[in-house]
Design a protein around this ligand. Structure first.
Ligand SMILES: *Cc1c(COP(=O)(O)O)cnc(C)c1O
Length: 232
């Protein structure tokens, strides 16, 4: 039995609560995505038994087998990694939320697949690249308004928020300006009424920096290592 998972989850939740309190927020506004990539189905079932309700996977193919084993309805499944266009249809079948929408073309393809497959509601976040890391995924800030405008016209895709994966920093506090800027961008889009629920989520913060992200307004944190330990 991995009682460690239960303890780690409790600890992460308590750290979320403290970070929320420090920044005058309620922990109720912050969702925890337990990032299960590389971990086998058995471990994931333990996390669900320990109270994890939202699970994050970064690869469609890897998630497929695990979701078949664990159950599509056993949790809310979030895709947090880059989505290749040839995996889009599979992603529509497997996931409740896609954090990694990073191009107009991908949005068009997802919308078309949803229409074809009768998927009436697919929640998407735009993955924004604020570091200008051309080799990485994420949409440039300059292209975001075009994507937001396209999403406004979609029937099935629901634009629910923004996601960021800042560059790696030794000192997690160095990620703070990225989180802050993402919130500003969210606020600008909010003013223009681009978000489906009238409220744009901020998916930001991982094991090393989720408390900083919460101080900067994160509404969804994606935590793997602090719950499951290191990955192979
Ligand atoms: C792996 C991953 C995480 C979780 O990272 P940890 O440092 O293990 O908490 C969060 N977001 C994305 C996009 C990831 O790929």
């Amino acid at each position: 039995m991995h009682t460690a998972i239960k303890q780690n989850l409790a600890e992460v939740r308590s750290r979320i609560e403290q970070a929320a309190r420090r920044s005058g927020r309620s922990a109720d506004e912050i969702k925890l995505v337990a990032v299960t990539k590389t971990h086998p189905a058995g471990i994931i079932k333990e996390a669900i038994a320990a109270g994890a309700t939202i699970l994050g996977e970064n690869k469609v193919q890897e998630a497929e087998g695990k979701i078949a084993d664990i159950g599509r309805e056993a949790a809310e499944w979030h895709l947090i990694g880059h989505l290749q266009s040839n995996k889009a249809r599979k992603a529509v079948q497997l996931f409740d939320v896609i954090h990694s929408l990073d191009s107009v073309e991908l949005a068009e393809r997802l919308e078309r697949i949803c229409l074809e497959d009768g998927r009436e509601h697919l929640s998407v976040f735009a993955h924004v690249d604020l570091a200008g890391e051309a080799t990485k995924s994420g949409i440039a800030e300059s292209e975001l308004s075009e994507l937001a405008a396209l999403l406004r016209g979609c029937k099935c895709l629901k634009f629910d928020g923004l996601m960021i994966l800042p560059p790696y920093f030794e000192n997690p506090d160095d990620a703070r300006p990225f989180f802050r800027r993402l919130r500003e961008i969210r606020d600008e889009l909010l003013k223009k009424n681009f978000f489906f629920r009238g409220k744009g989520e901020l998916s930001m913060g991982m094991s090393l920096d989720f408390e900083i992200a919460i101080e900067e307004g994160a509404t969804i944190v994606r935590v793997g290592t602090a719950i499951f330990g290191g990955r192979m």
